[in-house]
Design a protein around this ligand. Structure first.
Ligand code: ZN
Length: 328
């Protein structure tokens, strides 16, 4: 195993590797670019023309995606995965990962697309650094560009794995990208309809990458559901540009759009949903979701509505949940 295959260990220990560049037995080059960042270049003649960014740890407490990226990085370091694409592997928020917290100061996934510009937090500096790393990585024109930013919703979901597709002006998500998500065992995709400051929104809008935020399935009690292994196999296929194994029964992929955001307006805000309600739980018409000052009530008015990211404990002005509906 190459020392650089242990990128996660190096990152958590805050150590610089002795050798910044190493080669696998097959001639793939691993280059350490700084804390949490590794570039992989395929051996001569093997490059299939794809630049692929895989990132995790934007939120430091989300363990499953960090483990997934670690497994892929180690497999490359051991020569078990033979890259035919250029890769940028990123553990995004090392200080938060070390403390196992979502954020040290600010939410890193709100600070991209230049929104870090006036900040001086750890996360603002890191957003700027990550933007510079992807800009350097995506420097060659004419190559295909993908970015999958791995997260964990930290809540069980009726649809175990789902993707968030950032909004890009004048661009529709392609059927090939949606098919790729199905092969990666993703059950649902939320298509955003307005700009945001997430990492995937940044690579999609500023580098024209096919980019998604992926909310990976939970692994309760350390037991990994099959869909996580399916994702790992698919990610390996991407890196080796292997044709995906045809599956007789690819799971269906449902597309959703945001109907409404539930915003906490005052200290009197109360979320009227069970604390452990699963993501994508169907909501029937007329259900009371939340109450706020001056008799304000949030009631379900949308057909086939489902709840996403419910969270009672947010600051005033922040969102306490999303109401999503099927796209068609
Ligand atoms: Zn996250």
């Amino acid at each position: 195993m190459l020392a650089l295959g242990r990128l996660l260990e190096l990152t958590l220990a805050g150590r610089e590797p002795d050798e910044k560049v190493q080669f696998t037995a097959d001639g793939a080059r691993l280059r350490w670019l700084g804390e949490g960042a590794l570039e992989v270049t395929p051996a001569k003649g093997l490059d299939a023309g794809l630049d692929l960014v895989l990132s995790a740890g934007v939120h430091g407490c989300e363990i499953v995606p960090i483990e997934l990226l670690d497994q892929l990085t180690q497999a490359i370091g051991r020569g078990e995965i033979r890259p035919r694409v250029r890769l940028l592997l990123l553990f995004c928020n090392p200080p938060a990962m070390r403390q196992s917290v979502r954020r040290v100061a600010e939410d890193l996934n709100r600070l991209f697309c230049g929104k870090h510009a006036n900040g001086c937090s750890d996360e603002a500096r890191r957003a700027s650094r990550l933007e510079a790393l992807v800009a350097a990585f995506f420097r060659e024109p004419g190559r295909r560009r993908w970015h999958y930013d791995l997260h964990s919703a930290m809540r069980v979901s009726k649809l175990p794995q789902f993707a968030i597709c950032p909004w890009v002006p004048d661009r529709q998500v392609s059927s090939e990208s949606l098919m790729r998500l199905r092969h990666a065992a993703v059950d649902a995709v939320l298509l955003q309809e307005k700009p945001s400051g997430t990492f995937s929104a940044h690579t999609a809008t500023h580098h024209d990458a096919e980019a998604f935020t992926l909310e990976m399935a939970e692994a309760p009690g350390g037991v990994w559901p099959d869909c996580l292994s399916e994702f790992l196999r698919t990610a390996q296929d991407w890196i080796e540009t292997a044709e995906p194994v045809p599956k007789d029964s690819l799971r269906p992929l449902t597309t959703f759009r945001l109907a409404r955001e539930i915003i906490k307006r005052s200290e009197r805000f109360v979320l009227r949903l069970p604390a452990d309600i699963e993501n994508f739980t169907p909501l029937s018409l007329g259900t009371l979701l939340a109450e706020d000052e001056n008799g304000m009530r949030w009631v379900v008015e949308e057909r086939d509505a489902r709840i996403l990211f419910p969270l009672a404990n947010v600051a005033i002005g922040e969102r306490a949940g999303l109401i999503v509906v099927p796209r068609d």
